[in-house]
Write a protein that binds this ligand. Sequence first.
Ligand SMILES: [Zn+2]
Length: 296
Amino acid sequence: MRKIEGEFLLKADEEGRKKIKARLREKHGEIKETTVARSILSRPIEGYFIGEGKKYIAVFAAHHALESVTTNIAFLLADMLLEKSKGGNINGVDCKLMLSKYCFLIVPCVNPDGVELRLHGASDSLLRERQMRMSGGDFSSWQANARGVDLNHNYDYGFLEYKRLEREKGIAAGPSLYSGEYPESEPETRGTANLIRTLSPAAVVSLHTQGEEIYYQPRDRKTARRAERLASLCGYLVDTPEGTAAYGGLCDYTGSVGIPSFTLELGKGTNPLPEGDVPAIFARVGEALAVLPTLL
Ligand SMILES: [Zn+2]
Protein backbone atom coordinates (compact mmCIF):
# COMPACT_ATOMS: atom_id res chain seq x y z
CA MET A 1 0.00 0.00 0.00
CA ARG A 2 1.19 3.52 -0.85
CA LYS A 3 2.57 5.27 2.21
CA ILE A 4 0.28 8.13 3.14
CA GLU A 5 1.56 11.23 4.90
CA GLY A 6 -0.17 12.32 8.11
CA GLU A 7 -1.54 15.56 6.63
CA PHE A 8 -3.72 13.63 4.21
CA LEU A 9 -5.37 11.79 7.10
CA LEU A 10 -6.44 14.94 8.96
CA LYS A 11 -10.13 15.50 9.60
CA ALA A 12 -11.12 17.43 6.47
CA ASP A 13 -12.82 20.42 8.09
CA GLU A 14 -11.82 23.95 7.08
CA GLU A 15 -8.65 23.86 9.15
CA GLY A 16 -7.71 20.36 8.00
CA ARG A 17 -8.20 21.25 4.34
CA LYS A 18 -5.92 24.29 4.73
CA LYS A 19 -3.17 22.08 6.13
CA ILE A 20 -3.57 19.43 3.43
CA LYS A 21 -3.48 22.11 0.74
CA ALA A 22 -0.37 23.67 2.28
CA ARG A 23 1.33 20.28 2.17
CA LEU A 24 0.33 19.81 -1.49
CA ARG A 25 1.86 23.19 -2.35
CA GLU A 26 4.99 22.43 -0.37
CA LYS A 27 5.44 19.24 -2.38
CA HIS A 28 4.36 20.36 -5.83
CA GLY A 29 4.59 24.16 -5.95
CA GLU A 30 1.76 26.40 -7.14
CA ILE A 31 -1.36 24.57 -8.23
CA LYS A 32 -3.71 26.04 -10.80
CA GLU A 33 -6.96 26.64 -9.00
CA THR A 34 -10.39 28.14 -9.28
CA THR A 35 -13.15 29.10 -6.87
CA VAL A 36 -16.13 27.08 -8.02
CA ALA A 37 -18.50 29.07 -5.82
CA ARG A 38 -18.91 30.46 -2.35
CA SER A 39 -21.08 28.52 0.04
CA ILE A 40 -24.11 30.02 1.81
CA LEU A 41 -21.77 31.12 4.62
CA SER A 42 -19.27 32.43 2.06
CA ARG A 43 -16.67 29.69 2.34
CA PRO A 44 -14.77 29.19 -0.91
CA ILE A 45 -15.37 25.93 -2.78
CA GLU A 46 -11.99 25.36 -4.34
CA GLY A 47 -11.12 23.38 -7.43
CA TYR A 48 -7.67 22.33 -8.62
CA PHE A 49 -6.66 21.80 -12.23
CA ILE A 50 -4.07 19.11 -12.91
CA GLY A 51 -3.01 18.48 -16.49
CA GLU A 52 -2.59 20.46 -19.68
CA GLY A 53 -5.20 18.77 -21.85
CA LYS A 54 -8.43 20.22 -23.17
CA LYS A 55 -10.61 17.32 -22.10
CA TYR A 56 -11.67 17.56 -18.50
CA ILE A 57 -12.27 14.89 -15.89
CA ALA A 58 -14.24 16.56 -13.10
CA VAL A 59 -14.07 14.98 -9.64
CA PHE A 60 -16.27 16.24 -6.80
CA ALA A 61 -16.14 15.18 -3.16
CA ALA A 62 -18.09 15.86 0.03
CA HIS A 63 -21.49 16.88 -1.26
CA HIS A 64 -22.54 15.24 2.01
CA ALA A 65 -21.24 16.49 5.32
CA LEU A 66 -20.98 13.02 6.87
CA GLU A 67 -18.72 11.93 4.04
CA SER A 68 -15.72 14.17 4.58
CA VAL A 69 -13.25 11.29 4.14
CA THR A 70 -14.03 11.67 0.42
CA THR A 71 -12.19 15.02 0.69
CA ASN A 72 -9.08 13.18 1.88
CA ILE A 73 -9.38 10.82 -1.08
CA ALA A 74 -9.76 13.74 -3.50
CA PHE A 75 -6.63 15.41 -2.12
CA LEU A 76 -4.71 12.14 -2.34
CA LEU A 77 -5.76 11.79 -5.97
CA ALA A 78 -4.51 15.32 -6.62
CA ASP A 79 -1.23 14.46 -4.88
CA MET A 80 -0.76 11.30 -6.96
CA LEU A 81 -1.53 13.07 -10.24
CA LEU A 82 0.72 16.03 -9.43
CA GLU A 83 3.55 13.67 -8.59
CA LYS A 84 3.12 11.58 -11.73
CA SER A 85 2.54 14.57 -14.00
CA LYS A 86 6.29 15.06 -13.93
CA GLY A 87 6.76 11.59 -15.42
CA GLY A 88 5.91 8.07 -14.39
CA ASN A 89 3.31 5.40 -14.83
CA ILE A 90 0.14 4.56 -13.02
CA ASN A 91 -1.22 1.12 -13.78
CA GLY A 92 0.94 1.02 -16.92
CA VAL A 93 -0.39 4.37 -18.14
CA ASP A 94 2.12 7.10 -19.06
CA CYS A 95 0.79 9.91 -16.89
CA LYS A 96 2.62 12.77 -18.52
CA LEU A 97 1.16 11.77 -21.87
CA MET A 98 -2.31 11.26 -20.39
CA LEU A 99 -2.17 14.68 -18.73
CA SER A 100 -1.10 16.32 -21.99
CA LYS A 101 -4.50 15.31 -23.39
CA TYR A 102 -6.61 15.51 -20.25
CA CYS A 103 -6.99 17.86 -17.34
CA PHE A 104 -8.42 16.80 -13.99
CA LEU A 105 -10.53 19.29 -12.11
CA ILE A 106 -10.59 18.14 -8.50
CA VAL A 107 -13.03 19.76 -6.06
CA PRO A 108 -12.32 18.28 -2.63
CA CYS A 109 -15.26 19.79 -0.74
CA VAL A 110 -18.54 20.88 -2.34
CA ASN A 111 -20.24 21.34 1.05
CA PRO A 112 -17.82 23.23 3.34
CA ASP A 113 -20.58 24.68 5.56
CA GLY A 114 -22.16 21.29 6.14
CA VAL A 115 -18.85 19.71 7.11
CA GLU A 116 -18.16 22.52 9.58
CA LEU A 117 -21.66 22.20 11.01
CA ARG A 118 -21.40 18.44 11.43
CA LEU A 119 -18.00 18.59 13.11
CA HIS A 120 -18.27 21.81 15.13
CA GLY A 121 -21.99 22.58 15.52
CA ALA A 122 -23.85 25.79 14.69
CA SER A 123 -21.68 28.87 14.40
CA ASP A 124 -22.73 32.44 15.15
CA SER A 125 -24.29 32.94 11.76
CA LEU A 126 -27.73 34.39 11.04
CA LEU A 127 -28.81 30.81 10.40
CA ARG A 128 -27.88 29.55 13.85
CA GLU A 129 -31.39 29.54 15.29
CA ARG A 130 -32.79 27.79 12.23
CA GLN A 131 -29.98 25.23 12.28
CA MET A 132 -30.61 24.45 15.94
CA ARG A 133 -34.31 24.01 15.21
CA MET A 134 -33.69 21.75 12.20
CA SER A 135 -31.19 19.55 14.02
CA GLY A 136 -32.53 19.61 17.58
CA GLY A 137 -29.00 20.67 18.48
CA ASP A 138 -27.47 17.38 17.35
CA PHE A 139 -25.42 17.68 14.17
CA SER A 140 -23.82 14.24 14.32
CA SER A 141 -25.80 12.97 11.33
CA TRP A 142 -25.93 16.25 9.38
CA GLN A 143 -25.50 15.79 5.61
CA ALA A 144 -27.00 18.98 4.17
CA ASN A 145 -25.68 22.52 3.62
CA ALA A 146 -26.03 25.47 6.02
CA ARG A 147 -29.76 25.88 5.42
CA GLY A 148 -30.78 22.25 5.43
CA VAL A 149 -30.72 21.48 1.70
CA ASP A 150 -29.22 18.13 0.71
CA LEU A 151 -26.95 19.25 -2.11
CA ASN A 152 -27.03 15.90 -3.85
CA HIS A 153 -30.79 16.25 -4.27
CA ASN A 154 -30.68 19.84 -5.52
CA TYR A 155 -29.57 19.24 -9.12
CA ASP A 156 -31.93 19.43 -12.04
CA TYR A 157 -33.06 15.86 -12.50
CA GLY A 158 -36.43 14.38 -11.54
CA PHE A 159 -37.06 17.34 -9.25
CA LEU A 160 -40.87 17.38 -9.38
CA GLU A 161 -41.14 13.63 -8.94
CA TYR A 162 -38.83 13.87 -5.96
CA LYS A 163 -40.99 16.63 -4.47
CA ARG A 164 -43.90 14.17 -4.46
CA LEU A 165 -41.71 11.63 -2.66
CA GLU A 166 -40.68 14.31 -0.15
CA ARG A 167 -44.33 15.10 0.63
CA GLU A 168 -45.16 11.41 1.04
CA LYS A 169 -42.27 10.87 3.40
CA GLY A 170 -42.62 14.20 5.20
CA ILE A 171 -39.11 15.32 4.26
CA ALA A 172 -38.41 18.98 5.05
CA ALA A 173 -35.34 21.22 5.36
CA GLY A 174 -33.01 19.53 7.83
CA PRO A 175 -30.12 17.12 8.24
CA SER A 176 -30.61 15.23 4.97
CA LEU A 177 -32.73 14.43 1.90
CA TYR A 178 -34.47 17.82 1.43
CA SER A 179 -34.06 18.93 -2.20
CA GLY A 180 -34.51 22.68 -1.79
CA GLU A 181 -37.02 25.11 -3.30
CA TYR A 182 -35.99 24.59 -6.91
CA PRO A 183 -33.13 22.93 -8.84
CA GLU A 184 -29.75 24.62 -8.23
CA SER A 185 -31.29 26.91 -5.61
CA GLU A 186 -28.07 26.61 -3.58
CA PRO A 187 -24.83 28.43 -4.47
CA GLU A 188 -22.87 25.20 -4.01
CA THR A 189 -24.84 23.27 -6.63
CA ARG A 190 -25.32 26.25 -8.95
CA GLY A 191 -21.55 26.87 -8.98
CA THR A 192 -20.81 23.20 -9.60
CA ALA A 193 -23.36 22.91 -12.41
CA ASN A 194 -22.22 26.19 -13.99
CA LEU A 195 -18.62 25.00 -14.03
CA ILE A 196 -19.69 21.74 -15.63
CA ARG A 197 -21.64 23.61 -18.29
CA THR A 198 -18.55 25.75 -18.96
CA LEU A 199 -16.02 22.90 -19.13
CA SER A 200 -18.20 20.19 -20.73
CA PRO A 201 -16.09 17.49 -19.08
CA ALA A 202 -15.45 14.12 -20.73
CA ALA A 203 -16.45 12.46 -17.45
CA VAL A 204 -17.78 13.40 -14.03
CA VAL A 205 -16.99 11.56 -10.81
CA SER A 206 -18.82 12.16 -7.55
CA LEU A 207 -17.33 10.70 -4.38
CA HIS A 208 -19.55 9.53 -1.53
CA THR A 209 -19.41 6.95 1.24
CA GLN A 210 -20.16 4.10 1.71
CA GLY A 211 -20.84 0.65 0.17
CA GLU A 212 -17.98 -0.14 -2.27
CA GLU A 213 -20.36 0.43 -5.14
CA ILE A 214 -20.44 2.44 -8.34
CA TYR A 215 -23.53 3.98 -9.95
CA TYR A 216 -23.41 5.30 -13.48
CA GLN A 217 -25.33 7.68 -15.72
CA PRO A 218 -26.49 7.81 -18.47
CA ARG A 219 -27.97 4.33 -18.26
CA ASP A 220 -26.66 3.15 -21.62
CA ARG A 221 -24.50 0.17 -22.57
CA LYS A 222 -21.38 2.20 -23.29
CA THR A 223 -21.41 3.87 -19.89
CA ALA A 224 -22.29 0.56 -18.24
CA ARG A 225 -19.15 -1.01 -19.76
CA ARG A 226 -17.01 1.89 -18.53
CA ALA A 227 -18.50 1.56 -15.05
CA GLU A 228 -17.79 -2.18 -15.08
CA ARG A 229 -14.14 -1.54 -15.98
CA LEU A 230 -13.79 1.12 -13.31
CA ALA A 231 -15.46 -1.15 -10.76
CA SER A 232 -13.21 -4.08 -11.61
CA LEU A 233 -10.11 -1.90 -11.12
CA CYS A 234 -11.42 -0.92 -7.66
CA GLY A 235 -12.83 -4.31 -6.74
CA TYR A 236 -16.22 -2.60 -6.34
CA LEU A 237 -19.64 -3.62 -7.66
CA VAL A 238 -21.78 -1.73 -10.15
CA ASP A 239 -25.22 -1.05 -8.72
CA THR A 240 -28.40 0.93 -9.42
CA PRO A 241 -29.62 3.58 -6.97
CA GLU A 242 -33.18 3.16 -5.72
CA GLY A 243 -35.82 5.21 -3.89
CA THR A 244 -34.75 8.67 -2.77
CA ALA A 245 -31.18 8.03 -3.99
CA ALA A 246 -32.34 8.12 -7.61
CA TYR A 247 -33.20 11.85 -7.83
CA GLY A 248 -31.46 15.19 -8.02
CA GLY A 249 -27.89 13.95 -7.68
CA LEU A 250 -24.96 15.54 -9.51
CA CYS A 251 -24.45 12.46 -11.69
CA ASP A 252 -28.18 12.18 -12.42
CA TYR A 253 -27.97 15.68 -13.88
CA THR A 254 -24.64 15.35 -15.71
CA GLY A 255 -25.68 11.93 -17.04
CA SER A 256 -28.94 13.42 -18.32
CA VAL A 257 -26.97 15.89 -20.44
CA GLY A 258 -24.89 13.03 -21.89
CA ILE A 259 -21.71 13.18 -19.77
CA PRO A 260 -20.43 9.76 -18.62
CA SER A 261 -20.87 10.09 -14.86
CA PHE A 262 -19.86 7.83 -12.01
CA THR A 263 -20.90 7.98 -8.37
CA LEU A 264 -18.51 6.05 -6.16
CA GLU A 265 -19.70 4.93 -2.75
CA LEU A 266 -16.29 4.60 -1.14
CA GLY A 267 -15.40 2.24 1.68
CA LYS A 268 -17.58 0.11 3.86
CA GLY A 269 -19.03 0.66 7.31
CA THR A 270 -21.25 3.20 8.99
CA ASN A 271 -21.05 6.87 8.06
CA PRO A 272 -19.07 8.84 8.99
CA LEU A 273 -16.23 6.53 8.10
CA PRO A 274 -13.12 7.27 10.19
CA GLU A 275 -10.08 8.95 8.65
CA GLY A 276 -8.22 5.76 9.53
CA ASP A 277 -10.06 4.08 6.62
CA VAL A 278 -8.58 6.50 4.09
CA PRO A 279 -5.38 4.54 3.24
CA ALA A 280 -7.30 1.33 2.52
CA ILE A 281 -9.93 3.17 0.47
CA PHE A 282 -7.31 5.01 -1.56
CA ALA A 283 -5.42 1.77 -2.17
CA ARG A 284 -8.55 0.43 -3.87
CA VAL A 285 -9.68 3.47 -5.88
CA GLY A 286 -6.74 5.89 -6.25
CA GLU A 287 -5.05 4.43 -9.31
CA ALA A 288 -8.36 3.52 -10.94
CA LEU A 289 -9.54 7.15 -10.73
CA ALA A 290 -6.17 8.45 -11.93
CA VAL A 291 -6.38 6.41 -15.14
CA LEU A 292 -10.08 7.11 -15.75
CA PRO A 293 -9.31 8.81 -19.12
CA THR A 294 -8.09 5.46 -20.47
CA LEU A 295 -11.49 3.92 -19.69
CA LEU A 296 -13.36 6.46 -21.82
ZN1 LIG B 1 -23.41 10.84 -0.11
